[in-house]
Design a protein around this ligand. Structure first.
Ligand SMILES: Nc1nc2c(c(=O)[nH]1)N[C@H]1C(S)=C(S)[C@@H](COP(=O)(O)OP(=O)(O)OC[C@H]3O[C@@H](n4cnc5c(=O)[nH]c(N)nc54)[C@H](O)[C@@H]3O)O[C@H]1N2
Ligand SMILES: Nc1nc2c(c(=O)[nH]1)N[C@H]1C(S)=C(S)[C@@H](COP(=O)(O)OP(=O)(O)OC[C@H]3O[C@@H](n4cnc5c(=O)[nH]c(N)nc54)[C@H](O)[C@@H]3O)O[C@H]1N2
Ligand code: SF4
Ligand SMILES: [Mo]
Length: 648
């Protein structure tokens, strides 16, 4: 008789969908991962990456034993050996240089409730150097905070009230499949879907219209649509006069340009701007969804604020089915005291978008040790070469993760981490308002341990062990305190998701936590800052989310020999390059060999590729990306990278 079990859990991968999942386990082995029917957003459908994740869990290449770098190779060690060495190094470095000589690098790979304790551990230790800024969503959030006070997105289920949806630099067909049924529902009701993206991404297949502005020039499209709305007297005068501040200043910015000029700068035709304006006039309410693709430019705040302004002018802010939405607070439902930042004076932080340089430049004390969890910065942070150089200079690197990726290769100790299918935890989302249970479906593979267990065992080697060593249940009870305050029951949360009491549609009362208490328009705009031309490097490199993987979560064997880059065929002709040919992609700071794919889905001024391939597999596109930081929000402007192509 086979023993078949079904376990309700939550996907913890770096994906805004944060699906409720049903794991099927046969005789102790995971055989199926499917979307939970009970989850209000998953509704029985998980993505194709979920099923493939089983191969990842059982991959023969997975790290399943702690390892230490020997003289010539890795050698397997026991957990005690690995943790003893780590504790010893940490104590030695703290004694010699103070705790800030250690950097704790917490990545985006898994952002569960118990992950708060990683930082708590380092705070009990004395407070090490950590990070500020973002490789992901910082720019959008900070920009929206300027307009709205506090960014609050519409619950995805509220989009069912929309008559139209604009996917502005967002590709849910690849990155958040839970939105697809909502998109289809809007269309079934006679509504409209627009995608705005220099690249005809997969979601464009669902759209009524795909508009392809020049990269980072969307601000002009948003302004053109706003000007058209005002020109037709279709602006929301009540919202503007009662609930907004600074409209006149914004209008003065619009008045500096004609519609023709704006469209020309945006790289779109007037009819396309008309289409956006008319959608906002005749398909009210319209939900505007900002993608993360939009952030990855230095002055993305201009675009994001101009889109917020378009939402306000068209009367879509503070109305059901409307809004300009992007992300949610994945750590929102937890007690922030559990990070432990209150235990020490403010400690040094390094600027994430400048990781390599910051590590090399750090003084008083210099960084001697890096402890990395759930991240692959050597591959995913900008200017890989500098990050690798910096890691090589470190006296000691600890890597906790799943595979021997580019960052693991730079480590002295490898700690094999469990996947969420082997963990007991709680998971909130950056794409919706539900917190879900993480229940172990299988026993840990090999000697893998959850980070919670790793830090608990490590804490036993320090004087603060009594403060740290509690059971996962005890900690979750503490961390999830806000959930209890909202009437949630942690026992019930083990079985089904809990909805955080955020509004379905924010700002219905038209009160904003800005200085004026109103929606605040962008008052200054400097178009010169957006200029990014370089005739030596004529293409903008868009290294977007891959369909089959999440960021760099893959195995070495998954990589084709070369990464693929897509160029418009007319540009390939101009350069004398043919489809399928190996090419050299060069930027100001590096070069990567790739396979050329000619494709009319991309604008002529862009080169499109998928992010996340490893350097050691010959991919490593961040060897082309220079360190830069966005003007607002300390984000990483990956997509301001300019490149050229040549024959290999
Ligand atoms: N399958 C899969 N899913 C994922 C991920 C993954 O790697 N793979 N990653 C996860 C993560 S970490 C994140 S942050 C999210 C990202 O989710 P999304 O934002 O939906 O995806 P991206 O591919 O990062 O960017 C979306 C689009 O922005 C476009 N874009 C770039 N620059 C511009 C611009 O200037 N203007 C306009 N209009 N469009 C522009 C790109 O061409 C791209 O198609 O997805 C998450 N989900
Ligand atoms: N060129 C370019 N670069 C980019 C981007 C881009 O668009 N273009 N996008 C950026 C974005 S949006 C993001 S979010 C970052 C992502 O950058 P990172 O966070 O550095 O990288 P990921 O590739 O997501 O790797 C996460 C790792 O965590 C591991 N992991 C998952 N769960 C656990 C766990 O419980 N414990 C441990 N220890 N490990 C775990 C996974 O196996 C994976 O190896 O990359 C950024 N880099
Ligand atoms: S990767 Fe995203 S869409 Fe796929 S199962 Fe996980 S949360 Fe759902
Ligand atoms: Mo991200």
């Amino acid at each position: 008789m086979r023993n078949i079990k079904k376990i309700i859990t939550t996907c913890t991968r770096d994906c805004p969908n944060t699906c409720g999942l049903e794991a099927t386990v046969e005789d102790g082995r995971l055989v199926r991962l499917a979307g939970s029917k009970e989850h209000p957003l998953t509704r029985g459908v998980a993505c194709h990456k979920a099923l493939k994740y089983i191969d990842r869990v059982y991959s023969k290449d997975r790290l399943v034993k702690p390892m230490m770098r020997g003289r010539s190779n890795w050698r397997e060690v026991t957990w005690d050996e690995a943790l003893d060495v780590i504790a010893e190094k940490m104590k030695m470095i703290r004694d010699e240089d103070g705790p800030e000589a250690i950097l704790y690098y917490q990545g985006y790979g898994e952002r569960t409730a118990l992950k708060l304790l990683n930082k708590y551990f380092f705070n009990l230790f004395g407070g090490v150097t950590t990070l500020h800024g973002s490789l992901c969503g910082g720019t959008g959030q900070a920009s929206q905070n300027l307009d709205l006070g506090k960014r609050i997105s519409h619950d995805p289920l509220d989009h069912y009230n929309a008559k139209a949806m604009i996917l502005w630099a967002r590709n849910p067909a690849t990155t958040q499949i839970g939105l697809v049924p909502i998109i289809k529902d809007i269309q079934k009701r006679g509504g409209r879907i627009i995608t705005i993206d220099p690249f005809r991404n997969r979601s464009a297949a669902f759209a009524d219209r795909h508009i392809a502005p020049a990269p980072n020039m969307d601000v002009y499209l948003a302004m053109a649509a706003a000007k058209l709305l005002i020109g037709r007297n279709a602006h929301d005068t009540v919202f503007l006069s009662r609930h907004s501040a600074g409209f006149d200043a914004y209008k003065a910015i619009l008045d500096r340009y004609s519609i023709d000029e704006l469209c020309c700068l945006a790289g779109v035709c007037q009819e396309e701007a008309q289409y956006v304006a008319e959608t906002l006039i005749f398909f009210k309410p319209t939900a505007i969804l900002l993608g993360w693709g939009l952030h990855r430019h230095k002055d993305a705040h201009f675009t994001i604020r101009a889109i917020d302004a378009l939402g306000a002018i068209s009367g879509n802010i503070g109305v059901q089915g409307g809004g300009v939405s992007q992300g949610f607070e994945e750590y929102g439902p937890y007690d922030p005291k559990c990070w432990g930042d209150q235990l020490n004076p403010k400690r040094r932080t390094l600027l994430m978008p400048y990781l390599g340089q910051e590590l090399l430049d750090a003084e008083n004390p210099p960084i001697r040790m890096v402890y990395v969890t759930a991240a692959n910065p050597a591959c995913m942070a900008p200017n890989s070469e500098r990050v690798v150089e910096a890691f090589k200079r470190m006296a000691f690197v600890v890597y906790s993760g799943h595979f021997l990726d580019d960052t693991a290769e730079l480590a002295d100790v490898l700690l094999p981490a469990t996947t969420f299918l082997e963990e007991y935890d709680v998971m909130a989302s950056y794409g919706h308002n539900y917190v879900g249970p993480v229940n172990p479906a299988i026993e840990p593979v090999g000697d893998c341990r959850s980070e919670f267990e790793m830090f608990t065992e490590l804490a036993k080697r320090f004087s603060f062990k009594d403060q740290f060593c509690k059971s996962a249940e005890q900690w979750l009870d503490k961390i999830c305190d806000p959930i209890k305050t909202w009437g949630g029951d942690l026992g019930q949360l083990r079985k089904a998701p809990f909805r955080i009491p955020e509004p379905m549609a924010p700002y219905l009362d038209k009160v904003f936590s800005t200085p004026s208490g109103k929606f605040e328009f962008m008052a200054q705009f400097d178009g010169d800052r957006l200029k990014n031309d370089d005739k030596n490097y004529p293409y903008t490199l868009l290294s977007v989310a891959p369909f089959d993987y999440i960021c760099s979560e893959r195995t070495l064997a998954d990589h084709p020999p070369l990464p693929t880059v897509c160029l418009h065929p007319a540009e390939a002709d101009k350069l004398g390059l043919a489809d399928g040919q190996p090419v050299m992609v060069k930027s100001r700071i590096g070069s990567v060999k790739a396979l050329l794919c000619t494709d009319t889905s991309t604008r002529r001024d862009c080169l499109v590729t998928e992010r996340g391939g490893w350097i050691k597999a010959g991919h490593g596109l961040n060897r082309l990306t220079a360190e830069m930081v966005s003007t607002v929000g300390n984000g990483t402007p990956y997509y301001d990278t300019r490149v050229t192509l040549s024959i290999v």
